[in-house]
Design a protein around this ligand. Structure first.
Ligand code: MRU
Length: 345
């Protein structure tokens, strides 16, 4: 199922906070609506956040009523609002920089309408590139999936986290479509339960064999030789190959290494941030205590208990077997090979 649909003057959004119990669509008509949808995680997943923010920028441009000479300053405010939604996934910053560049390149146009049109074309391009890139990630990634593979994944990296198809789940989709008898273990991904609510739902709809586990069960499965490889997505990859991804990823990577299980990351090059030398510089979002204290609004802990809720962690490059991108699989040493993949056309 597609997470978003651009309707020319609004963005139709599948509200992921309601899944899998309800399928609810919302319509974002303003950039403020889009910013709220990202913040509240109605849309989530690094590549999707980037594409959605780009459409938010377009909506912002369409809302403008003033004179052309004040347009750029107004668009900076739109950009600021969208940038402040979530700090970790670099795709948000990457997509909005592309939109800003597009505005700069077209600001000499005499009227607002053609500029708005160019911005809409750029957002469409970002979305289309994501879909194409995901398909290529699937192709490359399929090469590392053995027949009969038992695969562990974390969080949600499927068509709900991207414009369509998925990154790590795209690899899984492709492997299954190519006739491999694979089996997926999906970690539930506490506290927001993207694995239980979204990944299990997506895979079940596609009839890809999946077993849901609590996150704490991964080590036991590896100890029993029941996992052949781990594949996850990424929110930001630093220049040295350190990877920020959903909280719990680091623990899986350490476990994988301890058990000799390959650990792969699948991500488009829009998730690679060569400006950051290492994962230490990646900003980690902290979210509301409510996400830990409640499940679907039902309290699961004493109400006044202190809570710590980092949404992401950083997996050091040394634990990562390979990073599957739309331009091929990047192997260590990442400091050299990520640079090479970024300049490759
Ligand atoms: O907080 P979320 O749900 O936006 O986090 C999503 C993840 O961590 C994904 O693994 C990552 O964005 C890659 S999605 C293709």
């Amino acid at each position: 199922m597609k997470a978003i649909q651009w309707l020319g003057d609004s963005l139709r959004i599948l509200d992921q906070t309601k899944l899998p119990l309800e399928i609810v669509f919302r319509t974002a008509r303003t950039y403020e609506d889009v910013a709220a949808a990202i913040k509240q995680m109605e849309v989530r997943g690094a590549p999707l956040i980037g594409a959605v923010a780009a459409y938010g920028y377009v909506l912002g441009a369409r809302q403008y009523q003033g004179e052309l000479d004040a347009f750029e300053a107004y668009m900076r405010e739109v950009q600021e609002t969208l940038l402040k939604t979530r700090p970790t996934a670099v795709n948000l910053f990457w997509a909005l920089r592309r939109m800003e560049d597009c505005l700069r390149e077209n600001k000499s146009l005499e009227a607002l309408e053609p500029i708005q049109q160019r911005l809409a074309q750029e957002a469409d391009k970002i979305a289309e590139e994501d879909v194409r890139g995901n398909r290529l990630i699937g192709e490359y990634g399929n090469e590392i999936i053995p027949q009969n593979a038992q695969i562990l994944t974390h969080c949600n990296t499927g068509s709900l986290a991207t414009v369509e198809y998925g990154t790590a789940l795209g690899v899984i989709r492709k492997a299954y479509a190519s006739g491999k008898q694979i089996h997926v273990f999906a970690g539930e991904t506490r506290p927001f339960l993207q694995g239980a609510r979204l990944t299990a739902w997506e895979l079940q709809r596609d009839q890809i064999p999946v077993t849901l586990i609590a996150d704490s069960m991964a080590g036991f499965l590896m100890q029993q030789n029941r996992i052949d490889l781990v594949i996850v997505g990424a929110d930001r990859v630093a220049a040295n190959g350190d990877v920020a991804n959903k909280i719990g990823t680091y623990a899986l990577a350490v476990l994988a290494q301890a058990h000799g299980v390959p650990f792969y990351v699948a991500a488009p090059t829009s998730t690679i941030d060569l400006k950051l030398p290492s994962g230490q510089e990646i900003p980690i979002e902290e979210r509301s205590a409510k996400e830990i204290l409640e499940v679907f609004g039902v309290p699961v802990a004493p109400p006044d208990i202190p809570v710590y809720n980092p949404a992401f962690d950083v997996t050091p490059a040394k634990y990562i077997t390979g990073i599957i991108t739309e331009k091929g699989i990047v192997s260590p040493p990442y400091a050299v090979n990520l640079l090479k993949v970024m300049v490759r056309s």
